[in-house]
Write a protein that binds this ligand. Sequence first.
Ligand code: AMP
Length: 191
Amino acid sequence: MINVLMFGPPGSGKGTQSVTLAEKYNLLHLSTGDMLRAEIAAGTELGQRMEAIMSSGELVPDEVVIEMIAHRIDTTTGKAGFIFDGFPRTVAQAEELQTMLQERNMKIDLMLVLEVNDAELMDRMKKRALVSGRADDADESIINNRIAVYRSKTEPVLEFGHKAGVVSIVDGVGSIDDIFARLCTHIERVI
Ligand code: AMP
């Protein structure tokens, strides 16, 4: 089993690239953002509790996403591994994931870090806002808050990855195909 973390700021292309990487390498794509939006769409009690937090651009509590991820890991069969998209987003989540994987005789094999400058991120998020229908894409101040939350709470996870010796930095600017090819070379190193 290989476990890949897709890491980078909002708008860096994690979701887009994770979907095609998951297909190519038979990995299960685990996006905590997608799982949470599905809870909201289904009108569950959890979804209702998380909706306001998500639409402000803040992070939901660590326990909520950790529980979702643990459940998916334990109920998946027939896959070559997992690609985690938008998780872990705090150092506590990263530590918990590492423990969870170790308990199941697995590890974090690779952390792919998509690097995209702020001007390009803003540009992409504004374009995505026109089509995504996401409340947290619709307003520039919420987008700015998501980037600020990324810098303060999520970026420290990079240090965790460096300590674990699993970080690969990838230039996230260019055509989708070129970025995909760059990511594949790193995955093929750990397979
Ligand atoms: P995303 O689709 O990954 O951009 O996530 C959308 C929103 O869902 C985030 O702004 C958070 O409010 C919430 N969220 C998604 N993943 C996590 C996570 N790992 N930890 C905390 N909150 C999350």
